[in-house]
Design a protein around this ligand. Sequence first.
Ligand code: PEP
Length: 256
Amino acid sequence: MSSRRKLIAGNWKMNKTSADSTALVTDIVAAIGRQADVDVVVCPPFTSIESAGKALEGSTVKLGAQNMHPEASGAFTGEISAGMLRALFATHVILGHSERRAYFAETDAFINKKVIAALKNQLKPILCVGETLAEREAGSTLKVVQTQLEAGLEGVSKELAATVVIAYEPVWAIGTGKVATTEQAQEVHAFIRGLLVKLFGDAIAQKVRILYGGSMKPSNAPDLLAQKDIDGGLIGGASLEARSFVELITAAAAVK
Ligand code: PEP
């Protein structure tokens, strides 16, 4: 069994009002109690971070955001800083999600600035990397992942690298119901682990959690989570209901 604790993170995307978020967190907390075997993070939309944070007080569930701006403050209409997230007791932030890359033209360089700013503010980045279907079919999956990973982590110190979480999310599997096979996922996770060894050394690379994301659900999670280098999941659709999200946490806890 790996020494890394499994991590299950829910990405709620643009779903749930503040009241809906309170209800969902309340149900999750009631179902899992203070279970200590798995790290659990919920990432509501910005407007729900405060209410979700209140609902998870006293539980082991942690709070994350789906994005942030790299600057600390200033004239960036519509944006949110790391400091603002910390003030609401967020501990994690998803950065470089493929939807941000595709619909908001986020570049590796911009994502890297966010990673650095998050770490400076004691937020743990969940850095997303992954190839499109065209890139996979062209045989460039590993090259794409390498570029995104190395650029995203540029300038990250060895001391802080172990607090970074990587999410491998093949774009063709996100929200499509098409899940990567365990072999496809493990191949890329092992490749990412190898890149982390080159960047930060073996001891740190062994500590970094690498999550799989892309149509993970209770039925396919046990096989994916049993893979040597799959340390948890970044969950979209199945994180929007307490029952499926809790089943995923239970599946992660059951991996020996
Ligand atoms: C995601 O968007 O991070 C994700 C993995 O979504 P889904 O689980 O819905 O594929």
